[in-house]
Design a protein around this ligand. Sequence first.
Ligand SMILES: [Zn+2]
Length: 123
Amino acid sequence: MKVVIHHSAREILAAFYGCLESDVDTYDLVVLPDEDGEHCFSRNAFYKSILRQRCWGYYEIHKDIHLWIAKNASKVKALMLIAHELSHSRKPMHYNTIAEEAKACDAERFVEEVYSIVRKVMK
Ligand SMILES: [Zn+2]
């Protein structure tokens, strides 16, 4: 597994969709799972949402982790993103996408708690 670092939201979404960077914010639809279920967005709305959160990533099953982290992203959000995507590369791999997302979201919360404790201890 390798970690592919992308330099912009546009670049990572073009890799994710397999399209040109100019097509990442169209009105075509994208369906993405999270631990609460699957959600449908226009590509345009999704592009704007990842710009707001300043980081995003995805895991290509049995292949690479892709990350985009803006220079002004929150450190804890960046750590949570990395934990989330690394978790997808770890066993057990759930074939149910909702269960798989729940596993990755657990990893995020774990890292968030670790970061919170480190901040308190190292103040
Ligand atoms: Zn995920």
